[in-house]
Design a protein around this ligand. Structure first.
Ligand SMILES: *Cc1c(COP(=O)(O)O)cnc(C)c1O
Length: 420
């Protein structure tokens, strides 16, 4: 086509643009990325990366018919919870266990099943908000439970709990303050003390651990985070925790505790609405199986493998990758080795950082917009590379990098933005 003296519109350039557009449209929205943020359990990047065994179990469950609610021995209907119940009991010391969509669902279900139309007592220091609008007071009201706050933000005493217990009390809730710490002039009533109070007054004690871990992280050079077995041993009647935080499995919410209370929960109609699907159940069983061999866990479970990775090992990765990054960004940028502080993420040990190594990229012109443009270019790669900008430098923490060759191939396609 030709207009009046305008440039000829070239058919092939239109075709190329259209093809590019169609390619973009056809690209899946669920895409792998390189998580070089230094946050191992990054909620926005899907939290835990699953173990190979879990991936295999999940794909098998997708491809084949499985005995999901079928008792193979008896040849009759079974229950899906039995697929993981014994493992959960073995690993936590609890009498019984059930599993739902996520920990938010677990808390909602427990509150509704045990305290609908009644009161739940919680310390004012533990009224948490987890990202994504999970706020304890709101969950309570949705569960049909009246919140009874006791103590103050910084100090809650035993007498605060005992003073609040009455006819209408449905449960006492202890919440692990996963994503914050209250420091200074503080007092909390620990779960073991609280369980004595709860028992004496015949009300159940529920401990929402949040992340909860099945192994002592101190063994892997990290700080101690309460384990589920400890919480059970302290005397909580029910303990709730997540599948895709420190446990390193698929998204899931666990409720472990007494037979009587788990039976009550399983009878609640909400349980059906919040139940787990077969794919995740398969991945979950495979993940929990790995915990039966704790010595191999640090190799078999990516979450622990990455969290316990030593700074020296990461330094080796950085050394190999530095020239690759440097070549990819070209002469306009300065690429250096930098110390990093990785985080666990997902609200676990919020103040804890783990020493790590990474690569810092700075523009030689030192303009702020330049780094934003470069960071965009890294995210525009076939496999987006996600880092963070800090003090006008683009930082990539290499703690979570295991596929060095794949990243190197990817980086050869980096399109460094024009600099103005
Ligand atoms: C993370 C967390 C939740 C929510 O768990 P999800 O698995 O993300 O639904 C609830 N309570 C606490 C204390 C948490 O840390």
């Amino acid at each position: 086509m030709r207009g009046n003296g305008a440039h000829p519109v070239e058919a092939h350039s239109i075709a190329a643009k259209a093809a590019l557009h169609l390619d973009r449209e056809a690209q899946p929205k669920v895409r792998p990325v390189f998580n070089l943020t230094g946050t191992v359990l990054h909620t926005n990047l899907g939290r835990a990366v699953l173990a190979e065994a879990a991936v295999e179990a999940a794909s098998l469950a997708m491809r084949e018919a499985i005995a999901l609610e079928f008792d193979i021995g008896e040849g009759k209907r079974g229950e899906r919870d039995t697929l993981v119940r014994d493992l959960l009991c073995e690993l936590t010391g609890a009498e019984d266990a059930t599993v739902v969509n996520n920990n938010a669902a677990a808390v909602l279900l427990v509150l509704n099943a045990l305290a609908k139309g009644k009161e739940a007592i919680v310390s004012r220091g533990e009224l948490i908000e987890i990202g994504g609008a999970f706020r304890m007071p709101e969950i309570m009201s949705r569960a049909g439970v009246k919140l009874v706050e006791v103590g103050t933000t910084n100090r809650t005493h035993e007498r605060d709990y005992t003073g609040a217990i009455g006819e209408k009390t449905g449960l006492i809730l202890k919440v692990h303050t996963s994503n914050y710490r209250i420091e200074g002039f503080t007092k909390e009533v620990k779960a073991d003390k609280l369980s004595v109070i709860a028992r004496k007054h015949h009300v159940p004690l529920v401990n929402d651990l949040g992340s909860g871990t099945l192994v002592d992280l101190a063994k892997f050079g990290l700080s101690h985070e309460p384990t589920v077995a400890e919480a059970v041993a302290e005397g909580a009647d029910l303990v709730t925790f997540s599948g895709d935080k420190l446990l390193g499995g698929p998204q899931a919410g666990f409720i472990v505790g007494t037979k009587e209370l788990i039976a009550k929960i399983n009878k609640n109609p909400m349980k059906r609405a919040l139940r787990m699907d077969k794919i995740r159940l398969a991945a979950l069983e495979a993940t929990l199986q790995l915990y039966r061999n704790p010595d191999a866990l640090v190799r078999s479970l990516p979450t622990l493998r990455l969290l316990s990775r030593k700074k020296e090992e990461i330094a080796g990765v950085v050394e190999r990758m530095l020239p690759v990054f440097s070549r990819a960004v070209g002469d306009g940028f300065e690429t250096t080795v930098t110390d990093c502080a990785s985080q666990i993420g997902s609200g676990s040990l919020p103040q804890e950082t783990i020493p790590s190594k990474g690569i810092a990229i700075r523009g030689k012109k030192r303009s702020g917009g330049e780094m934003v443009a470069l960071s965009n270019a890294f995210r525009a790669l076939p496999v987006p590379v996600v880092g963070r900008i800090e003090d006008q430098a683009l930082i990539f923490d290499l703690r979570c990098l295991e596929q060095e060759d794949a990243l190197a191939r990817n980086l050869t396609l980096l399109h460094v933005p024009e600099r103005g």
